[in-house]
Design a protein around this ligand. Structure first.
Ligand code: HEC
Ligand code: HEC
Length: 290
């Protein structure tokens, strides 16, 4: 039992660190401390974990998978470039997004954490998802993302060729051939939710492979620069033109005019359209493409 004493955090961190891998190895959980009734756990309600309704958790999970999963891992336990959030102090101590919110909205750009424009409700859903992950890890409950392949493959194929219009850009016998054997289901779902994975955010030119994001910059005098986007934020935009020359421009509001062309725009647009069932069905279908 953990003491409700000064500085309980290190103890929790150690217990959770031990509990997470053990949960995978020893389902009977023999010989493990039970950290469930900790004074932390992000529940925001003293010693109790908050119970969230399914709809909230599903929304949180979808948002997290799409927006955060590539850096922090699909199950938030750390991934490429992002730390384990189930053991992060601001997550453990958060109450209704009060600590996670500012981090997500402002980012820590200098340290690899981009900023996001999410609503208060969306942040609160993500927070619920993270807290549920902490509770699940602590209480040895089944992890919410374990059974990701719950959809219907036939419905997924219909969506792929129909509503989703995936087949207008992709072919299951061409570019997506064998994709189900290439990635595990969680990664695969992440790939179509946010194909520019690897987690460097939307505008890292190194991540865009053969499909670079391009930009058109029109100066007040009418002069136009076009090329591969190198960098963009509220204050600057930079590109490399067809001749390989680098140009960078300070931005002030709408001046100069900047238009970004993203070959993955269709994917970002789809994010707002998928129902949960669509997502699961698509994953179930893509998994069969071996
Ligand atoms: C492009 C990669 C990337 C994405 C995408 C990303 N993060 Fe992060 N995040 C990071 C990095 C790197 C850090 C560590 C920053 C630091 O060292 O201060 C971090 C830190 C955090 C922290 C603070 C952890 C701590 O211990 O202080 C929280 C909370 C967090 N991220 C939440 C999120 C959420 C929620 C999302 C999705 C809306 C998200 N992140 C998306 C890279 C990312
Ligand atoms: C308007 C065109 C377009 C549409 C529509 C589209 N995609 Fe994509 N998709 C792309 C591009 C471009 C990429 C990036 C390919 C690359 O960089 O190799 C991509 C990447 C992917 C990847 C990652 C492939 C890999 O090997 O990593 C998957 C999976 C994927 N799309 C699935 C889908 C699904 C499922 C749909 C429909 C719900 C869809 N796409 C709709 C253009 C599109």
């Amino acid at each position: 039992m953990l003491k409700k004493a000064v500085g309980p955090l290190p103890a929790i961190v150690v217990v959770l660190a031990a509990a997470v891998p053990l949960a995978a190895q020893a389902p009977d959980g023999r010989g493990r401390a039970e950290p469930a009734r900790s004074t932390r756990g992000g529940a925001g309600a003293g010693n109790q974990y908050t119970v969230y309704d399914d709809a909230t958790l599903q929304r949180g999970k979808a948002l997290f998978t799409a927006q955060c999963g590539f850096c922090h891992g699909a199950n938030a336990k750390g991934g490429e470039g992002g730390p384990d959030l189930l053991r992060a102090v601001p997550v453990l101590d958060d109450e209704n997004g009060n600590l996670i919110g500012p981090i997500v909205l402002n980012g820590r750009p200098e340290r690899g954490m981009p900023k996001f424009s999410l609503t208060r409700e969306q942040i609160s859903d993500i927070t619920a998802f993270l807290h549920e992950g902490i509770r699940a890890a602590a209480q040895r409950a089944t992890y919410p993302l374990r059974d990701i392949v719950t959809g219907n493959a036939a419905a997924g194929r219909a969506y792929f060729n129909g509503t989703g219009k995936c087949s207008t850009c992709h072919s299951v016998t061409g570019d997506l051939r064998g994709i189900g054997g290439k990635y595990d289901p969680v990664t695969l779902q992440g790939k179509f939710l946010m194909p520019r994975g690897g987690g460097r955010g939307p505008f890292n030119p190194a991540e865009t492979g053969g499909n670079p994001v391009t930009v058109t910059v029109t100066l007040p005098g009418g002069k136009v620069f076009e090329g591969k986007l190198q960098r963009i934020d509220d204050f600057d935009v930079a590109l490399t033109d067809a001749a390989g020359e680098y140009h960078s421009f300070p931005r002030k509001g709408d001046v100069p005019a900047v238009v970004v062309h993203d070959p993955l725009q269709a994917h970002f647009d789809l994010l707002r359209k998928y129902s949960d069932a669509d997502m699961h069905n698509l994953t179930a279908y893509l998994v069969t493409l071996k």
